[in-house]
Design a binder for this molecule. Sequence first.
Ligand code: ATP
Ligand code: MG
Length: 435
Amino acid sequence: MSQLIKAVRGMNDILPDQADLWEAFEDIARAWLRAYGYRPIRMPLVEATPLFSRAIGAVTDIVEKEMYSFEDALNGENLTLRPEGTASCVRAVLEHNLLYNAPQRLYYSGPMFRHERPQKGRYRQFHQIGVEALGFAGPDIDAEHIIMCQRLWDDLGLDDVRLELNSLGSPEERGRHRGALIAYLEGHADQLDDDARRRLHSNPLRILDSKNPALQSLIDTAPRLEDYIGAESRAHLDGVQGLLKDAGIPFKLNHRLVRGLDYYNLTVFEWITDRLGAQGTICAGGRYDGLVAQLGGKAAPACGFAMGIERLLLLWQECGEQAERPAPDLYLVHQGEAAQRLAFKVAERLRGDGFALILHCGDGSFKSQMKKADASGAQAALIIGDEEVQANAVTLKLLRTADGQPGEQRRVDVESLGEEIARTLYDLEDDDGSL
Ligand code: ATP
Ligand code: MG
C-alpha cells in the first residue's frame, strides 16, 4: 500500500461534526448581514501579486513574509493566494464600476492564506467574513459596522468580547506624527530590535504595534499619534463615539491600536477576547479612504471589517455552543427488488413535498436497516417490503416517542403518504394535502 498523503501544514480539514457548527454559524451570519442590507460578492482566491503589495503596503508582515506567491508556470505571471479580502473586493468594485452611481454595502466570506506559524487560532488557510462599505464618508457608517458586530456577538451569545477604538487621523496628520516618531526612535536607536530598525524609515508606526516586551517602555513614551490629530479627524472620532454611546456599546480608546495593514485612516477598531490566549482578536476593521484611489479608481471613501471565523467559532464553543447534527425527518428501509423501485419513487416524492429523507442504500436485513434508521436521528422510519409493494403502501413507524417506548406503526397508502406524515410528525393539517 502506498503512503497516505496528508493535508498541508496549517491548512485544516473541517470534518462533519465541526462543519455542522460552521453551517449553523453561517446561517446566523447571513441573516445578520441581510438585516443590515449588505449584499454578497465573491472574488477569486488568486490575484495578481501587485494588487496586494499596492493595497496592503510593501512593508507589512503580510506582504513581507506571509504571502503564498508563485509564478504561473504557463505565462510567468506573478500570482498570490489572497491573504485578505479588502484588496480583492475593491479591485472587483473598480473593475466592474459598481460605484458608478451608488455607494455599496458588500460582504464576502471564504478562505484566506497567510504563511504564519500554525497554532491555536492561527492557521495558514483560515476563513474570514469581510464587510465593506464603499462610497460612505461619515462616521455613521463606521458606527453601523461596530454596532452590527455587537449584534452578531449577541445573536451568537458570545461573552467577554471587548471593543478597542482609535483614530489614525488623516495622512497629513500621520505624516507629521511620523516625522516626530522617527526623530524620537533615532534618538534611541540602540534600544531597537532588528524588525524595528528595518521599519524605522519605511513604516515606523508599525513599531508601536510591536509585541517585543523589550520595546514596551520605549513605545510607552513615544510621541502619540493622538496628539497630532486635527479638529476634523477628532470630530469624526467624536461622531463615532457618540453613536456608540447612544447604542450602549462600551469601548476603550487605545491610542496604540494601529492595525497591521497600511491602508487605514481615521477610525480603526478591534474586538478582543481574553478567552483564546494570544490569538484574542476576533474581528478588526476601520476606515480606508485612500485605497480606492491607490488602486486606480476615482477617489471614494470606504470602511470595513473582517472577522476570523475559526477564532469566532472557538469562542462560540467556549461559550457553550455545541454542533447540532441536523437529522433527517425520515429514513426509508426496504428489501427486495420491487420494494427498492417503489422506495426510490416514494423517496423522491417525499423530498418534493419538503421532507429530508435518507434512503437506505446497500444490503442489510430489516433489523440492521432499522438500527441505521434509529442512529440517523430521523423522526420516523418508512418500511417497504413485499406486502407494502402489493398494497401500494408504506409502513410508517415512529422512532422518537416521548416515553422511549416502541413507536406506533401503521400502514399508509402511497397516495396520501406526504399528508399523513406531516400530520403524524408535525401536527400539520392542510386541507389540500400539501405542506
Ligand atoms: P493578528 O494580529 O492576529 O495576526 P491581523 O491583524 O493580521 O491579526 P487582520 O488582517 O486584521 O488580522 O484579519 C482580521 C481577522 O482575521 C483577525 O482579527 C483574526 O480574527 C483573523 N485572522 C488573521 N490572521 C489569521 C490566521 N492566520 N489564522 C486565523 N485567523 C486569522
Ligand atoms: Mg497577522
